[in-house]
Ligand binder design. Sequence first.
Ligand SMILES: NC(=O)c1ccc[n+]([C@@H]2O[C@H](COP(=O)([O-])OP(=O)(O)OC[C@H]3O[C@@H](n4cnc5c(N)ncnc54)[C@H](OP(=O)(O)O)[C@@H]3O)[C@@H](O)[C@H]2O)c1
Length: 250
Amino acid sequence: MPEFTGKTVLITGGGSGIGLATARRVIAGAGQVVLAGRNADRLAMAAKDLDAGGRVLTVPTDVSRPDQLDDLAARVRDRFGSLQGVVANAGEGLNAATADVTEDDFDRIVGTNFKGVFFTVQRSLPLLTEGAGVVLVSSWLAHRGMATGSLYAATKAAVANLAQTLAPDLAQRGVRVNTVTPGHIRTEMFDAMTGNDQVREFFRSQVPLGRLGDPADIADAVAYLLSPASAYVSGQELVVDGGLVRSVPA
Ligand SMILES: NC(=O)c1ccc[n+]([C@@H]2O[C@H](COP(=O)([O-])OP(=O)(O)OC[C@H]3O[C@@H](n4cnc5c(N)ncnc54)[C@H](OP(=O)(O)O)[C@@H]3O)[C@@H](O)[C@H]2O)c1
């Protein structure tokens, strides 16, 4: 039986990149998805792309706004009743020297990448059923310092730490919590943060496996952590990076 039969998974940032690839993976496994993101047009295009009819619900949501997360939870309850998975994937990048980071940058990046993740999980709690999986999305930058990454990296380190504590907290409800940590994955965010092909080629050259990641590489890891195959895995971080974080290229 396909692994997501009868299951509904909420994916924030589900309209593009890693989130959309994860939605594709859940749909392929016969599940249902709720896609949340700020841009309604982007969500509508993603739903069209998934072509799964009533198995896709899109809810325009800014994850940095807990009131909007409450509305999202209400829409999910009305449509599907409960959740068997949450993927707190929405994130925003910032490539800036510390001296150039403004207070607005700080509030925006922390608002989406940390506050947003925290409240996405908190406001989903009433909907999560026994055996549900929660996956938070961190970044390789939580493990390696990069000169222009101070603010973004710190939010991603916070996310990984959060999973460690949420795991025993939510274990009481039979819910597992894990982190997936992507390396260099070819998405809109990666293209924006790297800027040009020369920088992208440098990033690729740092990956021992010799290629940039595809969003589907991350989706497969998320699917594993949501599925019964990982029933005894909680509080873990799964780094999916072609070897980037733990090694140097030959
Ligand atoms: N690509 C990489 O190399 C890489 C590496 C490490 C970690 N990551 C992490 O992977 C996750 C997915 O990123 P991606 O690479 O797939 O990039 P992406 O395609 O740009 O996806 C980011 C998604 O987050 C949504 N989003 C941003 N701010 C939001 C907010 N306040 N509320 C709701 N949704 C919001 C965006 O949709 P809207 O603009 O419509 O809201 C977009 O769909 C992020 O958390 C990112 O930090 C990516």
